[in-house]
Design a protein around this ligand. Structure first.
Ligand SMILES: [Mg+2]
Length: 199
């Protein structure tokens, strides 16, 4: 049985560094004249780093391409995706990054040897996950996880400071790293093989 995997990029394939010294925070400290620290555990960068709308816009404008091209990849992710790819599963990357950053994203994926079949730039991930017949989704944003799980698609949610207040549920399994992602993918395979044998 071959499956379609839906996979987020930022925070899942990228290694942004420790919560209190992430690549975002480092670049913000280079960019602004005051010390920037992580103030609030939220996905919203304005609130997380106590920036004004204008400050965040200026920061993104000046730094986003540098961040997208220089952020490290999670080494284990590449290895595990390669195994899935070689087993014949379909790897569908779905990122909320703007379409204008597609070339930089494709370059980064290539430079980091991350295998995939499709790359989609889409903010509304749940409808696309349904359209693409995704069997299992991996993301780090809890709002995405909840919306995708509501379409009856199981989700592996990578633990991050911004999802600390959510422990997961029947459909959403929270994990801390790619070792745990691998364990949960194997569990998913065994459950689905088992149920198809019964039917
Ligand atoms: Mg993400």
């Amino acid at each position: 049985m071959k499956y379609n995997f839906g996979i987020d990029i930022d925070g899942v394939l990228t290694d942004e560094g420790p919560d209190h010294n992430s690549i975002w925070q480092q670049k913000m400290n280079e960019f602004f004249d005051r010390e920037i620290t992580l103030k609030e555990y939220t996905y919203d960068l304005r609130k997380a780093f106590a920036l004004s709308d204008q400050e965040l816009n200026e920061f993104i404008q000046e730094n986003i391409e540098e961040i997208y091209s220089s952020v490290k990849a999670v080494e284990k992710a590449r290895k595990i995706l390669k195994e899935l790819y070689d087993q014949g599963h379909r790897l569908i990357l779905i990122t909320a990054r703007s379409e204008e950053h597609r070339p930089i994203t494709e370059n980064w994926l290539q430079e980091n040897n991350i295998p995939y079949h499709e790359l989609h730039h889409e903010d509304q991930k749940a409808p696309l996950a349904v359209e693409k017949n995704i069997s299992l989704f991996i993301d780090d944003k809890k709002e995405n996880a909840v919306e995708i799980a509501a379409r009856n698609i199981p989700v592996i949610l990578v633990s991050k400071y911004h999802n600390h207040d959510f422990d997961g549920n029947d459909q959403i399994t929270k994990v801390k790293d790619w070792d745990e992602i691998k364990t949960n993918i194997e569990l998913f395979f065994s459950k689905n093989t088992h149920s198809s044998k019964l039917s």
